[in-house]
Design a protein around this ligand. Structure first.
Ligand SMILES: Cc1ncc(COP(=O)(O)O)c(C=O)c1O
Length: 369
């Protein structure tokens, strides 16, 4: 198998056909030539059902995930398709400390239709019987914003023993950082809005699976549901994917440097980054992850302290996303996460390490002054 950089650069790009563009543009057409009335429909016939620009990116991501990729209009559209499909077959078991909209969708939309929705923590004991009658277990690892890590192989064995599928939200890790399908999961879902597309200018998501029948059901659900990705978004994400290996390397190095530098600062507590050797998640993360990423978290004394930190920083943007070129920070309690008011999810960007560390330390020095 070729390396991460090579697969990111070349994945999904066609053969070297003389006269064809080396960098094809997005196919924006909503409709495609059908031929005669009795001819079988071609691969592309209508933009809600299929599109060659989607397929190019699906081939690239599928190769990285080790499965068949189905693109969705956002990470939430991908998660919603999975929960809606599985919710017809039994109970849904979701992380109690993962991305809040997955829980909100399950409790707000699916539970009123009669779907049994249960929650388990990313780390720690699961309640006895929680998997009885389950159709799907969703893990999020590393979790968001806690940066806890669940053991995917252990969860897969437990889910399968109960007759359930295991889905893993792989957004934080990216397909380069972790391969849930190889670790036993049935579905890898992700928000590609984050590091995969990587430039903060695209909203997109995907699901990858090994079972072709499940991939087909997901494609049907996508066409039926109708909230499909735009070809321009898929094209931009494919362009972004080309540099994922490079960006991840820089982001992980910056995250390591920031996490180490801030750990002893007097206003900072509870720094978590799975790549730190003493992090509580390090052992399991090192076992199942291929490489680290740029997302960490730390806690400042209060909400006002986060405001002072952000106001004093020249490089860290106050923004609620992660995995982009620019370093950013998000006070998660504002979105309803059950965390301390001063908890900050920090996304290390691609700035120079010494510039970023100096900026973050200077901004922390301004807290409380
Ligand atoms: C872990 C995780 N999963 C899913 C989502 C939803 O993705 P999107 O915003 O692309 O719908 C997010 C968004 O922040 C996320 O952080």
């Amino acid at each position: 198998m070729t390396g991460d950089g090579t697969r990111c650069v070349h994945g999904g790009h066609g053969g070297h056909v003389v006269g064809e563009p080396v960098h094809p543009g997005p196919v924006l057409s909503a409709t495609f030539h059908l031929g005669g009335p009795d001819d079988p429909p071609p691969a592309d016939f209508y933009g809600r059902a299929g599109n060659p620009t989607w397929r190019a990116l699906e081939n690239a991501i599928g190769e990285l995930d080790g499965g068949e990729c189905v693109l969705f209009a956002s990470g939430m559209a991908a998660i919603a398709a999975v929960l809606r499909l599985a919710g017809r077959d039994g109970a849904l078991v979701l992380p109690s400390d993962g991305y809040y909209l997955a829980r909100s969708l399950a409790h707000g939309e699916l539970a009123p239709l009669g779907v049994d929705v249960r929650e388990v923590p990313t780390v720690g004991e699961w309640p006895a019987g929680v998997l009885d009658g389950a159709a799907l277990v969703l893990l999020e690892t590393p979790s968001n914003p806690g940066l806890d890590v669940a053991d995917i192989a252990v969860a897969a064995a437990a889910a399968h023993a109960a007759g359930a599928l295991l889905a893993v939200d792989n957004t934080t890790a990216t397909p380069l950082g972790q391969q849930p399908l190889a670790l036993g999961a049935d579905l890898a879902v992700a928000s590609d809005t984050k590091a995969l597309a990587g430039h903060g200018d695209v909203v997109l998501g995907h699901v990858s699976v090994r079972d072709p029948a499940l991939a087909e059901r997901l494609r049907e659900a996508r066409a039926r549901g109708g909230a499909v990705p735009g070809p321009m978004e898929a094209w931009l994400a494919h362009r972004g994917l080309g540099t994922l290996d490079l960006r991840l390397t820089r982001q992980a190095a910056n995250a390591a440097a920031v996490a180490t530098a801030i750990a002893s600062h007097p206003v900072v507590s509870d720094v978590r980054w799975p790549g730190l050797p003493h992090d509580p998640a390090h052992a399991v993360a090192a076992r199942q992850m291929r490489r680290w990423n740029g997302v960490l978290r730390f806690t400042l004394p209060c909400e006002a302290a986060v405001g002072q930190f952000l106001a004093a920083s020249r490089l860290v943007t106050s923004a609620t996303s992660f995995g982009g070129l620019r370093s950013s920070a998000d006070r998660r309690e504002r979105w309803g996460d059950d965390v301390a008011p001063g908890l900050v999810r920090f996304s290390a960007g691609c700035e120079d390490e010494q510039d970023l560390v100096a900026d973050v330390l200077a901004a922390l020095d301004a807290v409380g002054t």
